[in-house]
Design a protein. Structure first.
Length: 366
């Protein structure tokens, strides 16, 4: 294993005290046992830090050995091929609609139409996921593990639907008058649950080296959830349009869902779960392992942001479509700014740590 000289950038042996190329003194790598425990920091302090980190600059954490644990070399993917694919998937409802012949049986026509809605709902989440995945410049995650988290997020929509409609939704409506608040209470714990189960296993836990890794895995679960939810909303919009009997109403409903839910607001579910995943990664850095109560600070932020989104129309009277679009678009941009800040800080910290020693991958360094 090699590390780099901070002065000339040459790789030097791990045990070297001086750079053989320029003679600069090499600081020892701060790798050791976990440096903090949950009890030493306090849960309230961590919750406060989780919220303030959305706005205030966060210093690079002192790492434990978890940052340098070894993993297999990942595959390479190219975003250039994803953009045209996403565009074609977005257009699939109209492309497949043109291919449907009235002579076909009704069941087949419905299956083709539903396939178009599914592909369109998947387009935005898939594009966002590849963008976030490829943003990890220094220590890219195994794509099959990212897909596993994506799949869990998609699966969790079914559990969330049952709990929202049958259990928590009615309770929230009674307590607050807003049934939609159940989304924050139910969906955020469900989405991060699968990521936690995967990362708490010894086999996969070594893949979670930094808080940036937690952001990526959490974002993947959120995008899986969004993909299935998009399909559901597109399907509901189509059914409402058909029921109205007006072709223009049908087109307006579907185009609105495609433009706003799939793309403009499409990152939200990923952002929420990335907040929970980030804190799971920070716990791994600080303590060397993942624990359930370590999710609480990030989960608190995720539930707050999600709850605010679902409750904002109760806080601010929105009487027209234009007012609604203005408020929700502004809120979406604020959430995106929070997310990009934390993403940049994650990249900064990996750059600092992996300048001291190479990232924990086998094969060529990027």
């Amino acid at each position: 294993m090699l590390r780099r000289c901070p002065q000339c950038g040459r790789q030097v042996p791990l045990e070297a005290e001086y750079c053989p190329a320029c003679g600069a003194r090499i600081a020892p790598i701060p790798v050791g046992p976990p440096i903090e425990t949950a009890s030493s920091r306090g849960m309230l302090r961590e919750v406060v830090e989780a919220f303030t980190s959305l706005i205030m600059p966060v210093p690079t954490p002192a790492p434990s050995y978890a940052v340098w644990e070894r993993m297999p070399a990942p595959a390479y993917y190219n975003l250039r091929f994803m953009i045209p694919l996403a565009i074609m998937m977005m257009a699939s409802p109209w492309l497949l609609e043109g291919a449907i012949a009235n002579a076909l049986p009704l069941a087949i026509r419905l299956m083709i139409r539903f396939l178009g809605f599914f592909l369109a709902g998947l387009a935005g989440p898939l594009l966002f996921l590849m963008w976030i995945y490829l943003s990890d410049k220094y220590e890219r995650e195994p794509f099959e593990l990212v897909l596993l988290c994506f799949g869990w997020g998609a699966l969790s929509t079914f559990f969330a639907g049952l709990l929202n409609s049958r259990v928590v939704g009615p309770v929230m409506k009674t307590l607050t008058g807003n049934e939609a608040l159940s989304g924050a209470v139910v969906e955020e714990p469900l989405k991060i649950l699968g990521v936690y189960i995967v990362m708490s296993r010894t086999k996969f836990g070594k893949e979670l080296n930094t808080h940036l890794d937690g952001i990526i895995y959490g974002f993947a679960a959120g995008m899986g959830f969004a993909a299935l939810e998009n399909f559901g909303y597109l399907l509901i919009s189509w059914l409402k349009g058909v029921k109205s009997g007006d072709v223009m109403t049908l087109l307006d409903l579907i185009n609105f869902q495609l433009a706003y839910r799939v793309f403009i607001y499409g990152m939200n579910h990923g952002i929420y779960t990335a907040m929970s995943g980030r804190w799971m990664g920070l716990g791994r850095i600080r303590r060397g392992y993942v624990e359930a109560k370590g999710l609480i600070p990030g989960l608190a932020v995720a539930m707050f942001l999600h709850g605010l989104w679902n409750h904002v129309d109760f806080i601010i009277p929105l009487n027209t479509l234009e007012e609604m679009l203005a408020v929700y678009t502004t809120l979406a941009l604020i959430y995106a700014a929070f997310f990009l800040k934390l993403l940049r800080e994650g990249l900064r910290d990996e750059r600092v740590w992996y300048a001291m020693a190479p990232p924990p991958i086998e094969g060529k360094l990027r």
